[in-house]
Design a protein around this ligand. Structure first.
Ligand code: AHR
Length: 476
């Protein structure tokens, strides 16, 4: 037992020779769903004083660029499983208003695919599109792909051109539906049914555009009764045709001690490893040399227990839904979850903080008013700005505490290193609730470059990104 009045003492060694894998910028992605005020009065609000002529809020775009998101998933989420993409293209005044059954909301379709692509260009982010495999199927997925990616000379590519997008949108990343195992999902199905549909759709989509990368739906979360068996059954059918399998992980602080809540990153750690093990098992059975990667395309802190779908009785446009307000503990958890994602950079290729604006998001807006940062903005932005090159293998020596998930280290850590620029970054979290952490970092494997060692002190329940400066080389 550690003396409670003493700081938690941790030590770790960084060595540029021991690497997990490259820092894929796609690990720092996010998610925009037609849900609540994420799109309407979030990223898009015609008439707002900060909006451009297309209705994109420039104040929000500034924050999105500062956040540093690399890839943005769209348009859902549960929304996509009832969505007709054709409703959201063409002249705005001819677009139909529809019922969105997923969120019991009126959808005007004022914002759609072409607006999203233009918005992504402004945000400097790569689009990641989801297709509707709930109420629709292979043909509609192919139609959207043709609309987005075919250069021209076909009905749907010419429609895109007529709608003002002369160049193809060139979307590389596509999700084959969303959470198709969940009984809340429109068109939810069994693993065998979804696996067959995902396989058919994936093969056809790659015939239309072989450059695309496809994400098959994994389980909605690791607590689903079919977790792992869902992945196995689905991948048995579509392994050859897809590139990623998805994992969604939300962490709810409600009703938990801070220590128990912060232990949740261990659950993410295990869930990633279990999905990888399941995918590799299928790969081995199929005698495939290909290895799938995991797309953690929804993750965050979410006060899920505060969300009562039955409370939404009226059909409204852009209602206030899931507008969680975050505190410093939530920000520490976000840093810890990012550490976990980076630590798995060898197998996790995409990760999307869900969501981007207003809906369980790091950015908040008021209609007609200001845009602001939540506490969770800073860890994401600082890590996105600092993480370059490769993720280093970091194994802190530190005491653990007991939790429902087993023993949890008080200190969580990862590091990235860019050999070319010399950019070194450490991300550190102290999970102890009652004392600071004192962390000694051994940097001798870098020679004299960073002075050999470093000491960092962290307050209880806090995070830090440390960027040691490289000493000037003699003669430079
Ligand atoms: O991000 C909110 C919702 O959470 C998404 O629509 C769904 O995919 C998940 O269950």
């Amino acid at each position: 037992m550690t003396d409670p009045v003493q700081p938690v003492r941790a030590s770790l060694t960084l060595d540029p020779a021991f690497r997990v894998g490259p820092v894929d910028p796609r690990l720092l992605g996010s998610f925009v769903e037609h849900l609540g005020r994420c799109v309407y009065t979030g990223i898009f609000e015609p008439g707002h004083p900060a909006a451009d002529e297309r209705g994109f809020r420039r104040d929000v775009l500034d924050l999105v660029r500062e956040l540093g998101v690399s890839v943005v998933r769209y348009p859902g989420g549960n929304f996509v499983s009832g969505y007709r993409w054709e409703d959201g293209v063409g002249p705005a005044d001819e677009r139909p208003t529809r019922l969105d059954l997923a969120w019991h909301t009126i959808e005007t379709n004022a914002f759609g695919t072409d607006e999203f692509m233009a918005w992504c260009r402004e945000a400097g982010a790569e689009p990641m599109m989801a297709v509707n495999l709930g109420t629709r199927g292979t043909q509609e997925a192919l139609d959207l792909l043709e609309y987005c990616n075919h250069p021209g000379g076909t009905r749907l590519s010419d429609l895109r051109r007529a709608n003002g997008a002369a160049e193809p949108h060139g979307v590389r990343l596509w999700c084959l539906g969303n959470e198709m195992d969940g009984d809340w999902q429109i068109g939810a199905m069994t693993a065998a049914e979804y696996g067959a549909l995902a396989a058919r759709t994936a093969r056809a989509m790659k015939m239309a555009d072989p450059r695309i990368e496809l994400v098959a739906c994994g389980s909605s979360h690791s607590g689903m009764p079919t977790f792992a068996s869902w992945e196995a059954t689905v991948l048995e059918q579509c392994y050859d045709a897809v590139d990623y399998v998805s994992l969604h992980s939300y962490y709810d602080p409600s009703g938990k001690s801070v220590a128990e809540f912060l232990a949740g990153a261990v659950d993410l750690d295990r869930s990633i490893e279990e999905v990888v093990a399941t995918a590799d098992h299928v790969g081995a059975r199929l005698r495939s040399r290909k290895r799938l990667r995991v797309s953690v395309d929804e993750w965050n802190v979410w006060y899920v227990s505060r969300w009562d779908p039955a409370s939404v009785t009226e059909w409204e446009q852009a209602p206030r839904l899931l507008e969680d307000v975050y505190d410093d503990t939530d920000a520490t958890m976000v840093a810890s979850l990012l550490i976990t994602l980076l630590r798995h950079a060898d197998r996790v290729g995409i990760a999307c903080l869900a969501q981007l604006v207003n809906v369980i998001a790091p950015i908040r807006t008021e209609p007609g008013g200001a845009a602001s940062q939540q506490t969770t903005f800073a860890p994401f932005a600082q890590i996105a700005a600092a993480a370059r090159g490769s993720v280093l293998r970091v194994e802190p020596e530190v005491a653990t505490y007991e939790s429902e998930l087993g023993d949890v280290p008080y200190v969580d850590a990862t590091a990235t290193y860019d050999e070319e620029t010399g950019d070194l970054a450490l991300v550190l979290v102290n999970r102890a609730t009652d004392r600071p952490a004192h962390i000694e970092v051994d940097l001798r494997a870098f020679g004299d470059a960073y002075g050999g060692r470093l000491e960092v002190r962290l307050d209880p329940v806090s995070w830090q990104v440390v960027r040691p400066q490289r000493a000037p080389r003699p003669g430079s």
